[in-house]
Design a protein around this ligand. Structure first.
Ligand code: HEM
Length: 535
């Protein structure tokens, strides 16, 4: 058979599949509203080329909280309010917790082991069960001493290296968040953001992002093409090469974790498998731990970068309020720590406002449903991709007030705690929290993430007057608070910032106790292990 005959045969098969899909028996209910579609291609010609959350938001304003798009026969549902996201993705979690298929990136290149892209099946639930003891609220609390140690180091690094002029703070934030993750996951810390392990992870992730690009491989839209032999399917060899690199990175890190001193996730999860006599290959376990680590890195670092951008908005009003709170609760003789948290709801309000104002995954992570459902009198077709558009959800005026574009932590505070200093844990209003997704696929690392954001922000505000948009020579440079990268994680465009110590007392305390690399951190990890061991 020639390749021309093969391709024409396939083309006819695809057209028939499309026709079957189109005319298959459907309920008579209407689809949700959406922009007018063309025959066959649907809304493909209107698909946003970049920053899709902005176009989804504009469509939401015209068509309402549930928007229907037809992408070449693929139904896509965009959710624009927290009610719709909760109703479908959380309350109907049994149905709406799958992921769209990525044949090349997830199935061929990652052998189905990518936690974020795994289908919602029994094996996925086994991985969730395995991860949950190390990511629970209780476990996250056990990691607090380690997060205090690493953020002390962050202040020291900034004070020692940044000076009063503009510096590229991204590397310092990235070192902090990555070192916390690698220590907990694999038992080693990082001294700088150019550590070879982190650079290797960046390089593998960059390559994976290319493979996962929507529209890059025809086989992702028409999985039937995966039956072609290798010489007609060049993506197979590309995927196999990528698998070699993913495997080397994650299995290498897992083995480092096994050998490291002290407790860590790798050892804990291996032990759980042994205790429960669960069969799992080293590749599958290494990919679980490794992809979880990858998922943890960028979003926390970029949320801290957005915090620095926020510091130049609202005439810095929130900075002054936060520093007044910190001065009154903590004073000038020690660093803020987690024990201060119940008295500092204003810092929690800053964290929630950051996640709302600039959700690190602005377009959310797509879910998928294999079965047809009905919502608000409309039909959600089987095999729909369902996108919780964080950008719209975080801008609901009926929920957050009319000034949604402003960075205003006060919107999270109850009247009782509006002074920002509070003596109980009930400091925040019951507004819907945004940024970590929904239902059974909600981010399992959210407790760890919120804690690292809290302690980093409390300490940065206690120590420094932070100013984004400052050159090496100290001149003011404009930073556009709306300018962001495209992609799964939404990052501010590169800028430099100044970190000016608020007083001599900052330098005394930070220079005295901030260099932590000589500390035996394996002992801290041992204590963590003892705390989260099953009682
Ligand atoms: C500010 C920091 C973070 C943000 C904004 C964030 C956000 C998200 C979002 C939006 C999702 C998809 C949820 C959905 O599909 O509905 C997700 C999934 C995930 N996150 Fe996070 N995340 C953060 C930090 C972390 C950390 C620290 C960890 C681990 C320690 C982590 C591990 C994961 C994993 C394993 C998934 C996949 C869950 C699944 O598909 O079932 N994340 N995250």
């Amino acid at each position: 058979m020639t390749s021309a005959t093969l391709y024409s045969g396939l083309f006819i098969a695809l057209l028939s599949l499309y026709a079957i899909r189109l005319y298959a028996k459907k309920s008579s209910l209407p689809l949700p509203p959406g922009p007018p579609a063309l025959p066959i291609i649907g809304n493909v010609h209107q698909a946003p080329k970049s920053h899709p959350w902005l176009q989804y938001h504009a469509w939401g304003k015209t068509y309402g909280p549930v928007v229907y798009l037809n992408m070449l026969g693929q139904p896509v549902i965009v959710l624009g309010t927290s009610t719709a996201a909760h109703d479908l993705l959380a309350k109907r979690g049994a149905t709406f917790s799958d992921r769209p298929r990525f044949v090349v990136a997830a199935e061929l290149a990652l052998k189905g082991f990518h936690m974020l892209l795994r289908p919602y099946d029994e094996r996925f639930r086994l991985h969730q069960k395995l991860e949950s003891p190390v990511l629970s609220v209780r476990a996250a609390n056990a990691y607090l001493p380690f997060q205090e140690l690493e953020t002390k180091q962050l202040l020291y690094d900034l004070l020692k290296n940044a000076g009063g002029n503009g510096t590229n703070c991204h590397g310092y934030f990235e070192r902090t968040t990555s070192s916390i993750i690698y220590a907990l996951f694999y038992g080693f810390r990082l001294k700088t953001s150019s550590d070879p392990v982190l650079l290797a992870a960046h390089s593998v992730n960059h390559e994976f992002d290319q493979l996962a690009q929507v529209g890059k491989f025809l086989v992702d839209s028409f999985p039937v093409l995966d039956n072609l032999p290798g010489f007609l399917a060049p993506w197979k060899a590309e995927a196999e090469q990528h698998w070699g690199r993913q495997r080397a990175l994650h299995v290498g890190n897992l083995q480092t974790g096994y050998k490291a001193r002290g407790w860590n996730f790798s050892k804990h999860m291996r032990k759980s498998l042994d205790q429960e006599a669960i069969e799992m290959s080293i590749d599958e376990l290494a990919l679980d731990v490794g992809i979880m680590a990858d998922a943890a890195l960028d979003a926390s670092t970029e949320t801290l970068m957005w915090f620095v951008v926020a510091c130049i908005t609202s005439d810095r009003g929130f900075v002054i309020t936060a520093q007044n709170c910190l001065d009154s609760v903590v004073g000038c003789e020690r660093l803020p720590n987690f024990q201060d948290r119940t008295k500092l709801p204003y810092i929690d309000a800053i964290v929630e406002e950051l996640l709302r104002w600039r959700p690190a995954g602005a377009a959310g992570v797509p879910h998928y449903t294999k079965v047809e459902s009905v919502y608000n009198g409309c039909r959600i077709p089987a095999n729909s991709v369902v996108i919780p558009n964080h950008w719209s959800i975080s801008r609901e005026e009926a929920v957050y007030g009319s000034n949604v574009e402003e960075f205003e932590p006060e919107r999270w505070l109850s009247t009782e705690s509006s002074g920002g200093v509070h003596s109980t844990a009930s400091g925040l209003k019951d507004l819907p929290q945004v940024g970590f997704g929904y239902g059974r696929r909600i981010c399992p690392g959210r407790h760890v993430a919120r804690n690292v954001l809290w302690i980093s922000i409390a300490r940065l505000l206690w120590a420094f007057d932070v100013e984004a948009g400052v050159s090496d020579a100290g001149e003011r440079l404009a930073v556009d608070p709306m300018a962001a990268t495209d992609g799964l994680v939404t990052k501010p465009l590169p800028f430099k910032a100044a970190f000016r110590p608020r007083g001599k007392w900052v330098e005394d305390i930070v220079m005295n106790e901030g260099d932590t690399h000589g500390i035996d951190f394996a002992k801290i990890l041992e204590r963590v292990g003892a705390e989260i061991a099953p009682k």
